[in-house]
Design a protein around this ligand. Sequence first.
Ligand code: NDP
Ligand code: 8X3
Length: 260
Amino acid sequence: MTNATPGTVLVTGASSGFGAAIARRFAAAGARVVAAARRAERLGSLAAELGPLVLPVTLDVRDRAAVTEAVGGLPAGFAEIDVLVNNAGLALGLNPAQDADTDDWDQMIDTNCKGLAYCTRAVLPGMVGRRRGHVINLGSAAGTYPYPGGNAYGGTKAFVHQFSLNLRSDLHGTGIRVTCIEPGMADTEFSTVRFSGDKAKADAVYAGMQPLTADDIAESVYWVATLPPHVNVNVIELMPVAQSFAPFQVARRVLITFPA
Ligand code: NDP
Ligand code: 8X3
């Protein structure tokens, strides 16, 4: 059972991967889509491909003032956001915490946590006023299951999970829905970004296995957004069949002693 396609959708990180696929999915169903990201050229191509239903907005979600201005300055027809898809985000590096670049940590926290919170804060008053809306956040399996080198990235996605659940509490009684979508491995530009443009290293992540696709995620987002308005999907965790769980690591023959 599904409901009507939402009228207006704001997707952050629409210049590639999940965000571009989500923009395409909603536009194909007749929604107006505000497509936001930093790379204006990419957004321009997406808008040219999808037509006047898509409004490209160049935006760095880390810039709180710019986020407020962008949301407040949307033109008629795009100003009343029904669905906010907080998708912009990234992982940088895979070094253990003791060797990690703290600039990378700053950028992940600023984008994945603070940027997502700024966008949410900018859009919510309008949704609450209209008593209608849906915030869909892109978390990650990495927010639940740790892996070596996941450190700050996994931490940011745990924030997204808990922030989403807490939003539900704050929005109690308003009719506004909140969903956190938490994918495992998906082949987008994610790993190329993580490895600073090293395509060979990125390709090796998905070698010999079948990852999720951006379209798989777009379909999940579209599904939760088009359920009847009394239904709230809190969290979706999805993975490729080829990805599952392993035992805990055990450090053998390592003697842990108290300092003398
Ligand atoms: P991509 O690298 O393909 O897309 C990331 C998007 O985020 C780009 O459009 C990028 O646009 C945008 N972005 C990054 N920083 C900013 C910023 N400061 N301001 C605005 N936009 C920004 O990766 P995915 O599509 O895979 O990732 C989308 C989301 O899904 C992320 O939050 C990621 O953490 C999450 N995710 C990804 C998984 C995967 O395996 N691929 C699995 C689980 C979750 P631009 O550079 O133009 O600004
Ligand atoms: C992306 C999924 O497992 O590569 O969030 O960190 S993973």
